[in-house]
Design a protein around this ligand. Structure first.
Ligand SMILES: Nc1ncnc2c1ncn2[C@@H]1O[C@H](COP(=O)(O)OP(=O)(O)OP(=O)(O)O)[C@@H](O)[C@H]1O
Length: 267
């Protein structure tokens, strides 16, 4: 049974950490189908929060609310709010273009633009009217360094992004997300298409990135959630069952359902 009480902060023992965002009473509908039910969640600043749960529980749907991806399809509807603490803006009511500059996204499958490595980073700035070469050069280098791929590509910036290995392409996509100095980055199963070595390098990178940005990650991989995240939210059938420090969720969860899921008894 899902625990219907609204689960908000990450457990009673959580210290009072700075907040990046607060999800309150979030419902989401694909047409007439309700995929998220009264989600309440505090997202802590410069921490990694993992969303876990069995297939179809609503992890990706919740993640995509944060950068208004659902607006791209007709019939989708949100209720409730996701408030960014920095300026108290409700992401569900703000201009979606602005939201996507503040909240970057990295997808399951690396999806570089069919452009050069340099342009993969610079393109998003150009479409926002930034064309000064020195500024673009600086952002390209900073972003590629931030994604731990600068040394590998600095001498081949004019080569196609799609010519890189899968793991390098994913780091290029992370660099692209960093270019706008986002406040949060959303990762949707970012290593599911990668081999174990590339997976570990992305996990290391996520650990490094949290010094500068708040991270929300959807993962099916329990070991990955326990390795990379500080907080974990367990969802089931569109509801938030339990949210706490990752260590607590994996070692001593409050709900039996969470214990069953993290120990592999269902899902
Ligand atoms: N475009 C859509 N139209 C209608 N229903 C959808 C759509 N996308 C997802 N759903 C439904 O919403 C619910 C949540 O889906 P979601 O993809 O968020 O789950 P998930 O936990 O991320 O699953 P998975 O781990 O398999 O990716 C599921 O019942 C799914 O069938």
């Amino acid at each position: 049974m899902v625990n219907n009480s609204s689960v908000q902060s990450a457990g009673s023992q959580a210290p009072a950490l700075p907040l990046k965002a607060e999800v309150e009473g979030l419902n989401f509908y694909y047409g007439s189908k309700q995929a998220l039910k009264n989600i309440n969640l505090l997202v802590y600043e410069k921490k990694v929060t993992a969303l876990i749960g069995p297939s179809g529980c609503g992890k990706t749907t919740l993640l995509r609310c944060f950068n208004r991806m659902h607006d791209l399809y007709p019939g989708n509807r949100y209720e409730g709010c996701i408030t960014l603490t920095s300026d108290q803006s409700n992401l569900l009511k703000a201009d979606p273009i602005e939201v996507r500059m503040r909240i970057g996204m990295v997808f399951q499958k690396p999806n570089p633009f069919p452009k050069s490595i340099y342009e993969n980073i610079a393109y998003g700035l150009r479409v926002r009217g930034i064309s000064k070469r020195s500024v673009l050069d600086e952002v390209v280098e900073r972003s590629l360094r931030g994604a731990a791929i600068w040394d590998e590509v600095k001498d081949r910036l004019n080569e196609a992004g799609t010519a890189l290995s899968g793991g390098q392409q994913q780091r290029l996509c992370i660099a692209r997300a960093l270019a706008t100095n986002p406040e949060m980055i959303l990762f949707d199963e970012p290593t599911s298409a990668l081999d174990p070595i590339a997976t570990l390098s992305i996990e290391d990178l996520i650990g490094d990135l949290k010094d500068q940005v708040t991270i929300l990650i959807v993962t099916h991989n329990m070991q990955q959630a326990s390795r990379v995240s500080d907080y974990t939210a367990f969802m089931y059938l569109g509801e938030m069952v339990e949210y706490d420090r990752t260590e607590k969720i994996f070692n001593n969860p409050a709900q039996q359902q969470t214990a069953d899921y993290v120990s592999g008894r269902f899902g």
